[in-house]
Design a protein around this ligand. Structure first.
Ligand SMILES: Cc1cc2nc3c(=O)[nH]c(=O)nc-3n(C[C@H](O)[C@H](O)[C@H](O)COP(=O)(O)O)c2cc1C
Length: 189
């Protein structure tokens, strides 16, 4: 059974990230390339600023919130980070959540959907791809951004424009392929 988890990075009250993340999750479920699609909402995960005494590489987690976060991420066969761009970067909430763990990220294929003003969060997306690469996560090539996204969210609902559904489908399919390749390599080893 394959599981895709979609991480909503923004925790801002009134965030666009939540409707965008819900749309992506629904699109991924319709796509059917994963058996299970779940949302990990960082507002609900509610991690404090990094407060573990040991390097995450040791896996020696002290706090219940870290153990719960670790279990959630560990369960994912692939991840998509849905992230805004704040001052040219992803939000601190995302960096903080990533820094809590180590082995849980290793080898897990990563998709990135950013959104923002005219650039669609391209700078933030590049940063997230660097971060994922550092953590040895296979990075999807179909990562994409939603530019000038503000008019696409009304009453808590994201409405895709031409091409959005296709971009989401391509990303989800590529991640499913990366997961299958990873399983095949594991079986051959
Ligand atoms: C602190 C801050 C910085 C921002 N910086 C950028 C930016 O560098 N590039 C961009 O495209 N949009 C920027 N924006 C606009 C955000 O893309 C927009 O507010 C978006 O809705 C934020 O995502 P969220 O609603 O899910 O929190 C910024 C917004 C905030 C609050």
């Amino acid at each position: 059974m394959s599981t895709l988890k979609i991480v909503i990075a923004s925790t801002r009250p009134g965030r666009l990230g939540e409707p965008i993340g819900r749309w992506l999750a629904e699109r991924a479920r319709q796509q059917g390339s994963f058996d299970r699609v779940e949302i990990l909402d960082l507002a609900a995960v509610d991690l404090p600023m990094f407060d573990e005494p040991h390097h995450p590489r040791t896996g020696q987690y002290v706090h219940p919130h870290t153990k719960a976060w670790s279990a959630e991420v560990d369960e994912a066969d692939a991840l998509i980070f849905v992230s805004p761009e704040y001052n040219g970067f992803p939000p601190a909430t995302l960096f903080n959540a990533v820094n809590y763990l180590h082995a849980e990220w290793t080898g897990t294929p990563l998709g990135v959907l950013t959104y923002g003003a005219g650039g669609g969060g391209a700078r933030a997306r590049a940063q997230i791809e660097l971060l994922g690469g550092y953590l040895t996560m296979p990075i999807a090539r179909s990562n994409f951004g939603l530019a000038n996204v503000f008019g696409q969210v009304a009453d808590g609902t994201f409405t895709p424009v031409e091409g959005n559904d296709e971009s989401a489908a391509a990303l989800v399919d590529e991640l499913a392929t990366l997961v299958r390749e990873r399983v095949l390599v594991g079986e051959a080893a």
